[in-house]
Design a protein around this ligand. Sequence first.
Ligand code: F0G
Length: 394
Amino acid sequence: MVLRCIRCGREYPEDEVRYRCECGGLLEVVIDLDKVDTNIFDGKNVTLWKYESWLPVKKRVTLNEGGTPLYKLENLGKDLGIRELYAKNEGANPTGSFKDRGMTVGVSKALELGMDKVICASTGNTSASLAAYAAKAGIKAYVLVPSGKIALGKLAQAIIYGAQVVPVKGNFDDALRIVVEASSKLGVYMLNSINPFRLEGQKTIAYEIYDQLQEVPDNVVLPVGNAGNISAIWKGFKELYEAGVIDKLPRMIGIQAEGASPLAKAWKEKREFRPEERPETVATAIRIGNPANWPKAWKAVEESGGTFESVSDKEILEAQRLLASREGLFVEPASAASLAGLIKLLKNGEIEKDESYVLITTGHGLKDPNIVIDNFRLPEPIEPTLEAFRRVMK
Ligand code: F0G
């Protein structure tokens, strides 16, 4: 197992603390596919560590992550006329988002490398997750978040797990710039998704989808922020394919919020990627203008024959309401971007109804209660009598 640059192909040993190639390219972990266990995909006892032989760590800092439900969305499937529609509900992870997959592997790696301080920039979920796993590992976590632009639940999590929370006057991209510098100059281990070991944990979403469905879906649809997760899931499917476990690959469909959509814009305008200076969206989790993993994400979409799309805040909030009211699934706004994107692509005739779709619902709705409460007016309280309730019921 080695680290390899996706741009120039140069290789580095796995036990070197390194986040990028000398050439500046992103690194990926190359797994020795001769040594993985290909006989475990029996649909039983699905948890992240079931796939240990496919993961590049020996230590294990765990809170029992993964094994999240794959719901069949019967109601919405019917409403939209889609043959098969599923949601892989990552909100069911220990801290309520898919980040736990990356952190169980990433923090385990930090311990293997002998690091006792970890750091990340975050729009919220990464900070909550890193804080929890650092607590479990007994090491110090620093989390840099855009001041005033992080959902309440996520902030509460990072605080109570004992991380040092550092609000930054700026957005996620500003915070990440500081973190990258700190990791090279101040001896802290960076656990943003530029760290290839994070993506190793997150690739298990692909393993689990195949394990639970016992087949490869035609399409996987997910929100894109810093663009790590789409890259990770694609890597997972490709490894299954290369190891001979599966014989087809899904299309990867990445959805961004309109106000923070540098990838979707470049894709649709068929031009070079350019970062956005002032990202803005209600889906604060994906309020990112300069996704660090964009080259990997671009490759994932290109190689898989997928697409990028963007959706408005209004479409995101409507999709959030639909998932909750039609399927009993309360997800945070960023997660609802997946359904919003699917609806838009269907409407525009860009995707087929007679196919299967897995939406990745990336984070729990309770992370961001304000988004619901602020848009809802609670009625006046009633007198404590049946009569008063009878009047309301009419
Ligand atoms: N959905 C949620 C709920 C997220 O928190 C994030 C990213 C994404 C989707 C996008 O995933 O960055 O891999 O493309 N949140 C990061 C954070 C940036 O700091 O919590 P991505």
